[in-house]
Design a protein around this ligand. Structure first.
Ligand SMILES: Nc1ncnc2c1ncn2[C@@H]1O[C@H](COP(=O)(O)OP(=O)(O)OP(=O)(O)O)[C@@H](O)[C@H]1O
Ligand SMILES: [Mg+2]
Length: 472
């Protein structure tokens, strides 16, 4: 790779460092041993990753696959040296990392371009930071721009570009420093389907032709097909209580890969099952990933992002299949992505309306009644199930203790801010609003953003507070 060798020499000259020998195929570039990561929360440390042992070798593309919140981005940031692990080690070519990893460059989902700089200036940023002289920077940037198909756009500003072209700038900016490992955090998920497909295809062609100026790629994705299409190895992260490596799958398929080949489809199915199933050792009894009812708290029991319509629909479909359905077949039959179905499954599980046994989703007795009942009865069943969930219960308890049975949404946002990011807490409140309304436990008025206790909510026994009697 002449391009790479030249650049290495230039960078070495610019930084005064001796050029490190280029990695040979199979050399371990990145390694984590016993990596754990927790973030400080109101209730103490919130574990996100635990016991991660991972190696990334020269010559391979590794996909980190997992559901939202499983810690994929956190693991990527630890590998890039952008956040320190809580314990365990991260090494790059055998050296312990103490700051930003010199061997990696990152491509973000949101492009992260500077709007006041041109394409070329954006691409040159990373080289400037390394102290490369201006003329060499320009030459290197133009090569990367050419490589990634941005020729002719050098002096355009990001706002003039389509999403696909902006992400090409993201790639050029990362590739221009010729990192040993290219890190990508859901790089295609903000793009429309065709643009994403096109860009993926071009990148894979570059990788296969040996023109790619990096020696390994770590790709974060929640898209199974993307992982099977691109990766040599898929590392599936589990979630709850915290992220561990659930399984590693070698993808031995020849490149370029044919999505229609039976082997491709078999692998998709296999990965799908790993994602939808529960870890083997905890398959029965089910619900081991959901904290036991008495141990549930606002922090450890987020509401899955599922509407009542969605989860009732799924319950009805499963009821029609005699109360049990293979999850992968079910999602496949409905033409849905795993990310669409799993929150609904989690919601049914959390509400005690269904349980997961191996790969199957089974309705409980309560779930069968819920699916088969008229509207009023299903509302009642749903209310009984939902009022025990921490967030719904918090809203109910607080409303009962308020002066007139109403409270502003801001109050609950403040309570939740101890446990969730602002985006997450909006999703939590949206879900709690939808569920509580359906159950007729409380209502919500968008103007003036206020919750109000319903009669049903007043009837719930066992909640704290004086009760509001006739005040509502
Ligand atoms: N800086 C932070 N402070 C506190 N908690 C955080 C921070 N960053 C992430 N978390 C929490 O860590 C968990 C894992 O987050 P992470 O972003 O790594 O997951 P992810 O798998 O990338 O999810 P997604 O698919 O939604 O991007 C989440 O519960 C998140 O709320
Ligand atoms: Mg992420």
């Amino acid at each position: 790779m002449v391009f790479a060798a030249l650049r290495n020499r230039r960078l070495a000259r610019a930084t005064g460092a001796a050029p490190a020998p280029a990695p040979v195929d199979g050399e371990v570039l990145l390694e984590t041993v016993g990596l754990t990561k927790s973030y400080a929360g109101a209730d103490g440390e919130l574990p996100v990753l635990a016991g991660i042992d991972l190696k990334v070798r020269a010559g391979e593309i590794v996909a980190l696959l997992g559901r939202s919140g499983s810690g994929k981005s956190t693991l990527l940031r630890c590998l890039a040296g952008l956040v320190p692990p809580s314990s365990g080690t991260v090494t790059y070519r055998g050296e312990n990392l103490t700051g930003a990893n010199p061997g990696t460059a990152m491509v973000f989902q949101t492009f992260a371009l500077l709007p006041w700089l041109t394409v070329q200036q954006n691409v040159e940023l990373g080289l400037e930071a390394k102290g490369m002289p201006a003329d060499e920077r320009a030459e290197a940037a133009l090569q990367a721009i050419d490589l990634i198909g941005l020729d002719g756009f050098e002096s355009a500003y990001p706002k003039e570009l389509s999403g696909g072209m902006r992400q090409r700038v993201g790639f050029a900016r990362a590739l221009v420093v010729e990192p040993d490992v290219l890190m990508m955090d859901e790089p295609f998920s903000a793009l429309d389907v065709l643009t994403a497909e096109n860009l993926r295809g071009e990148l894979m062609e570059l990788w296969e032709s040996g023109q790619f100026p990096t020696r390994a790629v770590v790709l974060v994705t929640h898209n199974i097909e993307e992982a099977v299409l691109m990766a040599d190895r898929i590392v599936v992260l589990g979630s709850r209580p915290y992220g561990t490596i659930r399984e590693t799958i070698e993808i031995g398929l020849d490149r370029p890969r044919d999505r229609n080949a039976p082997e491709f489809e078999e692998l998709i199915d296999r990965v799908y099952r790993i994602m939808t199933g529960r870890p083997k050792e905890t398959r029965t009894p089910s619900r081991t990933e959901t904290p036991a009812a008495e141990k549930r708290s606002l922090a450890n029991t987020p509401l899955p992002t599922a509407t009542v319509d969605g989860l009732s629909g799924l319950a009805e479909i499963v009821a029609h299949r005699d109360g049990t359905a293979d999850l992968a077949d079910l999602a496949d039959g409905l033409g849905l992505d795993v990310d669409d179905v799993l929150p609904l499954v989690d919601a049914l599980d959390l509400l005690g309306l269904a349980e997961i046994h191996g790969d199957d989703l089974r309705l409980t007795d309560r779930g069968v009644s819920f699916a088969g009942a008229d509207v009023q009865t299903s509302k009642r069943i749903f209310a009984e199930a939902a009022r025990d969930l921490p967030l719904v219960r918090t809203i109910l308890t607080s409303l009962r203790q308020s002066r007139d049975g109403t409270l502003r949404a801001g109050f609950f946002r403040d309570v939740l801010a101890h446990h969730y990011t602002s985006e997450q807490l909006t999703r939590q409140l949206d879900t709690a609003t939808d569920w509580g309304r359906y159950a007729e436990l409380y209502s919500y008025a968008a103007e003036p953003e206020e919750y109000r206790l319903d009669e049903q909510g007043l009837d719930v026994q066992g909640l704290g507070g004086p009760g509001l009697g006739g005040q509502v």
